[in-house]
Design a protein around this ligand. Structure first.
Ligand code: NAD
Length: 298
């Protein structure tokens, strides 16, 4: 008995790295998996390779059930076709893992329009489009009175939560995925779908230059399969009504992230509208210190 027996999943960007590990883990827990991957380079350009097929071969060799899908998540109609494929091949859909990703690491001043477009297209439009088609299917089933237990699991990152100089396009896209996760969680609970995001840290093609020189032990700790254990749990009925959450997973450690919360405040004591002059005194009180000069500026 697996945690996901009888469930059907789509995993995007599942031809390598984290997505491959998620697809293997979901299949090992009993899910039938649509292994989606365009087979793109890190910069998002299609290579013409067949990464998705290789992962399907791995899953079937291990006794699991999977089908390859080479649509681009940036293509609205291709996402509709991927969802339709899951339903046609496996009789339904229960889980969408939005994982496909690219990086074009640039400072804002050196980023081109294409760098921004490609990054947003894969991460933001891709996550939005695949979820859109899946949620339309789930909402329709719910309206017809069929029990639904849908799961959307998105992928954000530390860059999206904290920012990262040199990754401005990527950080912009990854932060948008958090807003999307929280908003969709509030909508989709109406038709019994839970929506969460993971923020992984794993050794993959995307991180190998940042994580170069790790010991063998640390390399093992950053096995993408650790993040996949969390994904399989979130995809299962055991996760109950957990929704709208961001969970960081660093190797074998998971961390519940707390998002924006209100801090110190100031209310104007003057009649009329808030005046900028009042804030000369009020803002340093909010921060506990006068914010003079720019931290880190040279
Ligand atoms: N590796 C990490 O530590 C880390 C940290 C934070 C977030 N992430 C996120 O995790 C996800 C997976 O990253 P990874 O490290 O495994 O990277 P990866 O480069 O190994 O894998 C990404 C996969 O996405 C596929 N892909 C790219 N564009 C696509 C498209 N338009 N349609 C379908 N597939 C497409 C690629 O072909 C590739 O197989 C990404 O969203 C990434 O931003 C990774």
């Amino acid at each position: 008995m697996g945690l996901l027996d009888g469930r059907v999943a789509i995993v995007t960007g599942a031809g390598r790295g984290l997505g491959r590990a998620h697809a293997l883990a979901l299949a090992a827990e009993g899910a039938a998996v649509v292994v989606n991957d365009l087979d793109a380079g890190l910069d998002g350009r299609a290579t013409g390779g067949s990464a998705a097929h290789r992962v399907v071969d791995e899953i079937t060799a291990a006794g699991g059930t999977a089908v390859a899908d080479s649509g681009s998540v940036s293509d609205w109609e291709a996402c509709a076709a991927t969802v339709a494929r899951a339903i046609d091949e496996f009789g339904g859909l229960d889980i969408v893992v939005n994982n496909a990703g690219v990086t074009r690491d640039r400072m804002l001043t050196s980023a081109s329009e294409a760098d921004l477009d490609v990054t947003l297209d894969v991460h933001v439009k891709g996550t939005f489009a695949m979820s859109h088609h899946a949620c339309r299917y789930w909402r329709q089933r719910f309206k017809e009175g069929t029990p639904v237990s849908g799961r959307v699991i998105n992928t954000t990152s530390g860059a999206g939560m904290y920012g990262n100089p040199g990754q401005t396009p990527y950080a912009t896209a990854k932060a948008a995925i958090i807003g999307f996760t929280q908003s969709l969680a509030l909508e989709a609970r109406r038709y019994q779908v839970c929506v969460n995001a993971i923020s992984p840290l794993a050794l993959t093609r995307m991180t190998e230059t940042y994580l170069a020189g790790l010991s063998e032990k640390d390399t093992r700790k950053l096995d993408p399969a650790n993040a996949s254990g969390l994904v399989a749990y979130l995809a299962s009925a055991e996760a109950g009504w957990l929704t709208g959450q961001v969970l960081r997973v660093e190797g074998r450690r998971i961390i519940r992230m707390h998002g924006w919360s209100m801090g110190e405040d100031y209310t104007s004591r003057e009649p009329g509208v808030l005046q900028p002059e009042e804030l000369v005194e009020a803002v340093p009180v909010l921060f506990g210190v006068a914010p003079r000069g720019l931290a880190g500026a040279k």
